[in-house]
Design a protein around this ligand. Structure first.
Ligand SMILES: [Cu+2]
Length: 271
C-alpha cells in the first residue's frame, strides 16, 4: 500500500480514503496544513514580539524613515521563488498525472455519470467498451438518458439511477456530463470530484482499493433539491460486480420486450 503521511486525516477518520491516488492527495493537503500552522505560529510570534519591542514606554516616538535595509524585500523575493517552485515541481506534475494519463486495458470500467436535477444517471459501456448513442428526442421518464435502443453499441449498456458499482482494485473512468445545469460529481472517499457542465464531457479516473459503500454527492449548488442529489458507490469483488451487472441488465432489458421490438421493426423501446 502507498505510504501516507496524512497522520491527522487518518486519525480523524473523516471520509476515509478508499482510492489509490487518495493518499498522495491527503499527504499534500496535510503537509500544507502543517506548513500553514508553522507560518501562523511564526508570524504570530513575530507580531507579539513587535508589540512588546515597540511598546509606548520603550518607543514613544514613531520612526517615519521606514526600513533601513533591503533584508525584508529579499525575504519576500525568496518566498515568491519558493512558491513558484512548489507550484511547478509539485502541483503541476500531480495535476498532469491525473488529467493527461488515463488508464487503458481490459481492466478499466468505463461509464458515464450524467447529472440531472436532482439525481445521477449512470451508463455503463458493457463488454464492448462502447457507449450506445444518445439522442434528446428519445428522452422519456423510462429512458432518462435518451438512449437509442436501435444502436448496436448500446445493446449491452446498462443504465442505473443513483447507484454505481465498481470492481475493487481496477481503475474506472467516469465521463462526467449534465442534462440541465452545472452539477459536480463528487465522491469524497475516492478523493475525486469534477464539475458536470452542460454540453461538455469531462472524464475523471480513480482506482478504488477498498470494498465498501460510499456516498456520491453533488458538490455544486444546483437548485432547491441540491442536498438530496445523492447516490451510492458500491465497491465489490469482480464476481459480485458481474452478478450485479447481469441482474440489473436483465431487469432493464426484458427479453420479451426486446423480442417485441425486433418483431415490429425499428421503434424506440422503453417508452
Ligand atoms: Cu447537482
Amino acid at each position: 500500500m502507498t505510504p501516507t503521511f496524512a497522520v491527522l486525516i487518518e486519525a480523524l477518520d473523516i471520509a476515509p480514503n478508499a482510492s489509490e491516488h487518495g493518499y498522495a492527495i491527503d499527504t499534500m493537503m496535510e503537509m500544507l496544513f502543517w506548513f500553514m500552522l508553522l507560518l501562523f505560529m511564526t508570524w504570530g510570534s513575530f507580531y507579539a514580539y513587535m508589540l512588546v519591542r515597540f511598546r509606548r514606554s520603550k518607543q514613544p516616538k514613531a520612526l517615519y524613515a521606514g526600513a533601513a535595509t533591503h533584508f525584508p524585500s529579499k525575504v519576500e523575493g525568496g518566498i515568491a521563488v519558493f512558491e513558484v517552485v512548489i507550484l511547478l515541481s509539485f502541483a503541476t506534475p500531480l495535476w498532469s498525472l491525473r488529467t493527461d494519463q488515463f488508464p487503458t486495458g481490459p481492466d478499466v470500467t468505463h461509464l458515464r455519470a450524467v447529472g440531472e436535477q436532482f439525481l445521477w444517471n449512470f451508463q455503463y459501456t458493457g463488454a464492448d467498451d462502447k457507449f450506445g448513442k444518445r439522442n434528446p428526442v428519445y428522452v422519456t421518464a423510462a429512458n432518462p438518458l435518451g438512449l437509442d435502443k436501435n444502436d448496436p453499441d448500446g445493446a449491452d449498456d446498462l443504465t442505473t439511477r443513483n447507484e454505481m458499482h465498481l470492481p475493487v482494485n481496477k481503475p474506472a473512468i467516469v465521463d462526467v456530463m449534465s442534462k440541465d445545469v452545472i452539477h459536480d460529481f463528487c465522491i469524497p472517499n475516492m478523493r475525486s470530484a469534477q464539475d458536470a457542465i452542460p454540453g461538455s464531457v469531462i472524464p475523471l479516473w480513480f482506482k478504488p482499493i477498498k470494498e465498501g459503500t460510499y456516498e456520491i454527492v453533488c458538490a455544486q449548488l444546483c437548485g432547491s433539491g441540491h442536498s438530496a442529489m445523492r447516490g451510492v458507490l458500491v465497491v465489490e469483488s469482480q464476481a459480485k460486480y458481474d452478478a450485479w451487472y447481469k441482474e440489473n441488465y436483465n431487469q432493464t432489458h426484458p427479453k420479451s420486450k426486446m423480442a417485441a421490438a425486433a418483431a415490429t421493426g425499428p421503434t424506440v423501446a422503453g417508452n
